[in-house]
Design a protein around this ligand. Structure first.
Ligand code: SF4
Length: 334
């Protein structure tokens, strides 16, 4: 691990000034991701800017929305009564991620910037276009059973690792960031980028911008939501496939739907194709299977992960069936 200077930010303005100062400072929140990578020599930063004292660890009700400060810990968010009531998919996604100890440390801002778990990215002996642009991609010929089938490029096939971000994609979240001149509000779908020409670029956040908060619009639809994660072991494992779903059902027909996928794509993957296949259709397995087929249209499996094309379809179907049953029980007052 390379040595670095530790700085502590006292104000948001001061933090942004430091980020904009050209010293290569990186923010330190919970440290559950960045410190790992620095210890592995995957990343080296001359300065770490501790942002844990900026008082942005509040969950607040604002006009028509819930505003979650970037410093809120994943555990606090998962168990907040407003989240449990209005966005169960988010609570379920958070609790499916990592371990209790990590969730107690990890922040919302850090989770948004979580980097891939690709084995070859995490070990500097391998070629990796994301770690060292232009060096190649060891995963293309190596073990790629855990890699992506959606949003891949010839340069990188790594999956996005976050559960929380998949739920946020289904919930139409807005990410609020502060730059030196102004604030920006970035729809979650525009925050992460699929790895195209430069896999090292993962988000549209600029180096001099600080994530302030995530805003979730309050809509009845999001109360009817569910997260299902499939993994190789029951805890502390990243998703092989995951689905965040929300449904509004009237007279056994789907009126509105949200479907976002994890574990299979290079970014949290909102599937508008699956949503279109659901809306206007009767509830039931046949409709869910059609939506799942639409979700994998254009998938590009690698040599070891063809099974994910089936697995994600089953995950979508099961998530939708579970949600439908849950909603039917609630309507029946069971
Ligand atoms: Fe690197 Fe992406 Fe290839 Fe993994 S899949 S080795 S992160 S370029």
């Amino acid at each position: 691990m390379e040595s670095f200077d530790y700085l502590r930010a006292a104000t948001v303005e001061g933090a942004v000034q430091t980020l904009a100062g050209g010293s290569g400072a990186k923010c330190l929140g919970g440290g559950t991701n960045i410190l790992d990578f620095m210890k592995l020599n995957v990343e080296a930063h001359p300065q770490l800017l501790d942002i844990n004292h900026l008082h942005f660890n509040k969950i607040e009700s604002v006009a028509g929305a819930i505003r979650i400060g970037a410093g809120v810990r994943n555990s606090d968010l998962a168990y907040d009564s407003r989240i449990l009531e209005n966005f169960p998919v988010l609570s379920e996604a958070l609790l499916a991620g990592a371990t209790a100890q990590i969730r107690n440390m990890a922040t919302v801002g850090g989770n948004l910037l979580q980097r891939t778990r690709c084995t070859y990215f995490r070990d500097p002996v391998w070629e990796c276009n994301k770690r060292q642009p232009g060096s190649g991609c060891a995963a293309l010929e190596g073990d790629n059973h855990g890699h992506a089938i959606l949003g891949v490029s010839k340069l990188c096939i790594a999956t996005h690792p976050s559960d929380m971000c998949v739920a946020l994609a289904a919930l139409d979240a807005i990410v609020e960031v502060q730059g030196p001149q102004a604030k920006r509000r970035i729809p979650i779908g525009d925050f992460h980028v699929a790895y195209g020409e430069n896999p090292a670029v993962e988000t549209t956040l600029k180096p001099d911008e600080l994530i302030l908060a995530v805003e979730l619009p309050l809509q009845p639809l999001y109360r009817n939501s569910h997260y299902l994660k499939v993994r190789e072991r029951n805890s502390f494992a990243f998703a092989l496939s995951a689905a965040a779903v929300a449904l509004e059902i009237k007279a056994d027909r789907i009126v509105t739907a949200r479907v976002a996928l994890g574990g299979v794509a290079t970014k949290p993957w909102r599937s508008s194709a699956a949503e279109q296949a659901l809306v206007g259709q009767p509830v039931g397995e046949k409709t869910y299977a059609a939506a799942a087929r639409a979700a994998v249209k254009g998938a590009q499996p690698q040599k070891d992960n063809g099974f994910k094309v089936d697995l994600i379809q089953r995950t979508i179907c099961r998530a939708l069936m579970t949600l439908e049953q849950r909603l039917a029980k609630t309507a029946a007052g069971v």
